[in-house]
Every structure is written in C-alpha cells, then in structure tokens.
Design a protein around this ligand. Sequence first.
Ligand code: GLY
Ligand code: MN
Length: 449
Amino acid sequence: MPSSPAPSIAALYADHLTALLARAATALERGGFDHLVVPSGTLHQQVFDDRDYPYAVNPQFKAWVPLTRAPGSWLVVTPGARPKLVFLQPRDYWHVVPDAPSGPWVEHFEIVVIRKPEDAQAHLPKNAARCAILGEAQSALGHYGAYRPNNPQAVVDYLDYHRAFKTPYEIAMLRRASQRAVGAHRAAERAFRAGASEFGIHLAYCQAAGQDANELPYGNIVALDRHAAVLHYTELGRVAPDPVRSFLIDAGASHAGYAADITRTYAHDTAGEFQAMIDAVDAAQRTMCAQVRAGVDYRQIHLDAHLALARVLREFGILRITAEEAVATGVSAAFFPHGVGHGIGLQVHDVAGFAASDAGGTIPRPEGHPYLRLTRTLAPGMVVTIEPGLYFIDMLLDDLKAAGKGAALDWERIDAFRPYGGIRIEDDVVCTDGAPVNLTREAWAHAAG
Ligand code: GLY
Ligand code: MN
C-alpha cells in the first residue's frame, strides 16, 4: 500500500497552533487572567556605548511564531479570539527592517504593523491588569509601564511544563535544525583533517551551517587536543597545535527558532588507542540513546551512564578498582563531571527540566549530581540530548589525589590520555510511543547517503 504523504509544514503548524491555544487557555485559567500578552523583547545597549548587544528573542514569543529577529513586536492571545501579532516594522534607513511576516503561519493571525515601539500599546488589551504578560522588564510599555511583564508563576509553570512535549511541527523544526548542524559538523571534520586551527574550523562550520555566532543556538565549542578537557571551551585558538591529536566539537544550528545541539570527538590517528576509546564511548552512548523511552526516569539514564563510562575507564586500564567501586566512591565523577543531557527545543537547554507538574514543584537531582539539567520522567514528544563524556581534567584528577583516592587509578595510563583532552558524544533524541527517534544519527545517515 502506498504510504500517505507526509503532512505539510502548513498543516503541522496549524495543529501546533491549536495545541498552543488550548495550553494558553488553561494557563490563563490557572492564573486567573483573560489575555496572554508576549513581547518579542527589545534591544539592549552596551554600557557607556551606543552599540546594542545581539538581539535575543523572548522564547515565549518564538514559541508561537517563527520570528527570531523582530524586536518590539507583541503577541496577544485571548481565548476564543483570533491571535494577534503586533509587528514592529520601523521606519529606519540605518538598519534593515524586518520583512513583513510571511509563511504558512500568518493566515492564522490578525497582524497589525506598527512603525514605532510605543504604538504597540494601542493594540494591546485595554485592561492591563487582566493580562498575563510574559517577558523581560525592559519590554514594559505605557504610562508608568502599565504593560509591564508580570510573568505570573502559575501561567509560566503551566506553559513551560507542557513545552517539554513537542508537537509534530516542533519535531519537524528540530529535525531540520539537526540536518543543518550535521552538514556543518561534516565540514568541520574535513577542516580538522586538513589541519585547520580551532578558529578555522569554526569558520568552516559557520560557512557550512549558513549561520554565525548570533544565529547559532550557543557558542561553538571547538577544541583541539587538551582544550577538549575544558567542558565549555570557546576560545577558538588561531593556531593549530603541533602535533594535533584530537578534536572535540560541540556545535548546533537553529531552524525557525528551534535548536540542535550535537557533539562529536575525533582522533587524528584513526588506528590508535584514543580512537578506540572514542568508539567505546560511542557504543555506550548509543545504548543510552536506546533508553529514551516513555516511562523512563531520565535520572536513571544519567546514573546508568556513570557505570557505563566507568566500565570504559576500566577497559582502558585507567581504573585499578571495579567500575562499580569507581561509581560508589565518586572516582568516576571526576572523569564525567556533567549531566548526561537536557531537554532541547526552543532553547538549547530547554525550560522546566525539573518540573514536577504543570502546577509547580521540583523533582530533585540525584544526590551528588549537581549538574544534571533534567530530572523528569520521559514521555512521548519529549526531546532530550544524550551526551556522555570522559575527560582528563587536571583540576579534578588533582582533587582525587588530594582526597586520598589516587590509588584507584593508573597514573601512567592517565598521562597517556591527558594530551587528548577528552571525549563527548551528543545526539538529540525524540521520545515516542515506541522506539526513540535519534534526530542526529538520522541526519548523519542521510547526509552520508
Ligand atoms: N552544548 C552545550 C551544552 O549542552 O551544555
Ligand atoms: Mn548539550
């Protein structure tokens, strides 16, 4: 039987909007408000200067419309009425002004174009006290800031909690973000193999992604050799080290406001021991990705990752104790000192990672794991990263010694691996009713064709 054609983006968006409108209605009911009002945000000027910081759209705004570069605009959602977009298109010959809204989403909105930011007020609900206004204080409008974001907790809690469950439209956007990032990752590997510096690899990445620092969802982490031991290394060295041993790249891409977050690690010598360790972490990471199933406590994936990574350390002769002992005594934590991942969506580290319910409450991290960013139980529609890593971080290894745990480790083996810095492998994975969908590996398989 021929399979039915995939729904169009227009159809997916229409369903997405229907879901958002239903969420907004309940959120407003919870907070006791009549209107949801969301400013897109404003430009922020640098101190003692006349230049602006790069604009960052309010995520609560881009949740509704795929506009990421439209400061001074507002969204008004009133249950039962057509949602309204108050769109700022200033008269300005110094800068390029945002294009008039276009795309399959515009037909669902009443769109009002304004020329000055303050003109938005005339198009907002008359009674500001009845509005849940989600945004930054600087967006306030009106006499004495009548339309000042109040960010009611009950409204934010409800919307943020449900944002974890991506609509099919959002999954499609995340898939496109991953495809864009994977193409750029492949270009980055080519640049690495050709001997480029971190800065050169970064430029090759941006060129292939067609995005630069202001559009990427986070600053590229491009680390050669020992720099890979710095978890968020963003220095971009201008000269390649000699010799070049390893390359860790943690870099994403954006699509319609949605993020990809992907990490890969490469060995210069693809027949050496560091490559073998990368392969071992890769195999462990795939097993963790397979755990992304409805009903699984994400904290368990994180705890299991510790044991799996300790087994890799043991396999490579770094541990003198068993993997279980290394986990129990905190030795493995010195090599894997971050969380196994986080939710991803409109924000690279998506909101409500600890939310116990849509009415508030917090699910705690497991004791002794202060950097885990997601503690919720997985459910269909959630999209998470799975990013285990193993690093040789001088500071943390010194701490182990100072804590009297040095005998647990073979220091000669550690010294053999220190020059490579570390390994991290990260995919973006969708939880479904059945088997997980790995957006990153899927994009890679497609690109490798
Ligand atoms: N991609 C960086 C991070 O997840 O922290
Ligand atoms: Mn990540």
